[in-house]
Write a protein that binds this ligand. Sequence first.
Ligand SMILES: [Zn+2]
Ligand SMILES: [Zn+2]
Length: 289
Amino acid sequence: MFGGVILEKLKKRIQQIKKKRPGYGKMLDFYQKVEEAQQSIKASLKMKPIKLKKEWKELLAKEGFSLIQKEDFPLDIETSTKLFATLCQIGKDTNPHMAEQVRKIKEAIDHKRIDLKKLLSKGMEEEKVKKVADESELDKGVLLFLIQSSIKPSIEAGREKLKSELDPETWLNGYCPVCGSLPLLSLLKGEVGKRYLLCSYCGYQWKIDRLFCPFCNNKDQKFLQYFYGEGEETYRIDLCDKCHQYIKTIDCRTLEELDPVLEDLATLHLDILASQKGYKRPIPNPWTA
Ligand SMILES: [Zn+2]
Ligand SMILES: [Zn+2]
């Protein structure tokens, strides 16, 4: 039921964006189908408990260690395998390139050149997935996307279990307190517009200073600037002149019930502008890889 409400809101928002920016239409239709598939398996996930180190509280506070590492997330491989098959089908119907890649992936699995369950269980190790793609002459981006989208519901379920262990207001570092990953986006929330980072891996959100580059820890205002898209004050690109990287900031106060990844995907034109100005995005939107 809960998932159904989320999906209804997502569909509505996608319709709004498509009206405003028809160029994103195909990509957003694909996004919606993948989200639907991910939501629909959530109820059947079987998750093992997560073991935390005894000294985690101390390590977190004193050493700045994240609660767990990416590879510590328990994964439901059976359910991920089913989701993988569904996502391949969606991919096949999306465009000829995806269809060709899905055909080659299936062939590699049938000929035992790819051990799908093993690959899913290593899905968080990007380099391993890319190596397998190379060996089977596959598009790395497509394989990585399919694998990581298949394990995403497990990762999110793990994050939900760990959430209560942490205080999102006190961490203040540029990396995720749950899993140690870098942020995908920054979000402004609440009446005064407190700034949060969104983890690129597990989706946890934690507070940071308003003037802060999460990639090099720069807090010097002289080296931080930003720009908006034309007529789009909801989306801001925060540039750092120390490391020449940037993060996209979404002002959640003007959008109700937003899906940050979707909003990011629908504003890729801002990423093009940032790149033209000579800034790099350390963690691109996973849909663009
Ligand atoms: Zn995380
Ligand atoms: Zn920086």
